[in-house]
Design a binder for this molecule. Structure first.
Ligand code: 5GP
Length: 236
């Protein structure tokens, strides 16, 4: 399979058409951005690590009955996946308070939440990804019905119920993460995008060390080593 036309270039990936109208190729870039693109950098090898981590996690989720867009890893930086209509909602799942939740609501950083919180953000860079409630989602026409919102919540919880204990066994706290979903050609809602330390927070259970993009956001350094640790724990 070959890359044909560049369909779209995002902050972390380029999307290409292929000779199969139902399949696309994502190229995982080494670019790093934070704070809606205000902070930028690049780290050689980051794209390949995210591709490998996402591949392993999509395979795990598929094996546990979660439908995803994943087809196969093509090479270090490329993933072949299904073509979908992306739902412009970022589904945020939180087990432990940190980041924007702590900042916006004053919940002490590191507080284990009494239950898993699922939130929706508008996938819209121009507006800075604002928070959405169900009525906003319906008024904006981001989904067709309230049932679809419930389906997004249920699927996000299902992913958390699989990944949280999976990472706990590997000594990592899955603190929070962002998921994206799309509708395939049959209208079925499936998991898309990537699952990597770019859009998940992982804290080492022993040391509390951050093994995710907060190393870049907070200027901590050692990003590549941290992402390698996540991949090695997945593979180990
Ligand atoms: P927060 O809202 O605290 O900034 O982020 C919550 C979680 O969702 C974090 O794991 C973060 O990585 C992820 N997340 C939220 N918005 C985005 C986004 O626009 N891009 C990426 N890559 N991750 C996001």
């Amino acid at each position: 399979m070959e890359k044909r036309e560049l369909l779209y270039e995002g902050k972390a990936k380029k999307l290409f058409t292929t000779d199969d109208p139902d399949l696309l190729i994502s190229e995982f870039k080494d670019d790093l951005t934070a704070f809606n693109g205000a902070k930028k950098s690049s780290e050689a090898g980051k794209g390949a690590l995210n591709n490998k981590i996402s591949t392993e996690l999509f395979k795990l989720l598929e094996a546990k009955g979660v439908p995803t867009h994943f087809v196969e890893m093509m090479d270090d930086n490329h993933m072949i996946h299904k073509r979908v209509d992306v739902i412009k909602i970022e589904v945020i799942v939180r087990n432990i308070a940190t980041g924007s939740l702590s900042k916006n609501l004053g919940i002490k950083d590191g507080t284990v939440l009494p239950f898993t919180l699922v939130e929706f953000d508008y996938k819209n860079d121009e507006l800075g990804d604002p928070k959405l409630n169900d009525q906003h989602c319906l008024i904006l026409g981001l989904v067709d019905s309230q049932d679809e919102l419930e389906e997004l919540r249920a699927k996000a919880r299902q992913v958390n119920d699989i990944l949280r204990p999976y990472f706990a066994e590997k000594g990592l706290n899955l603190v929070d993460f962002k998921l994206e979903f799309g509708k395939d050609k049959n209208g079925t809602i499936i998991l898309v995008d990537e699952i990597s330390p770019d859009n998940c927070r992982f804290w080492d259970m022993e040391s509390g060390e951050k093994l995710d993009k907060d190393r870049f956001r907070q200027g901590l350094g050692g990003l590549k080593v941290a992402y390698e640790q996540v991949l090695n724990r997945i593979l180990g």
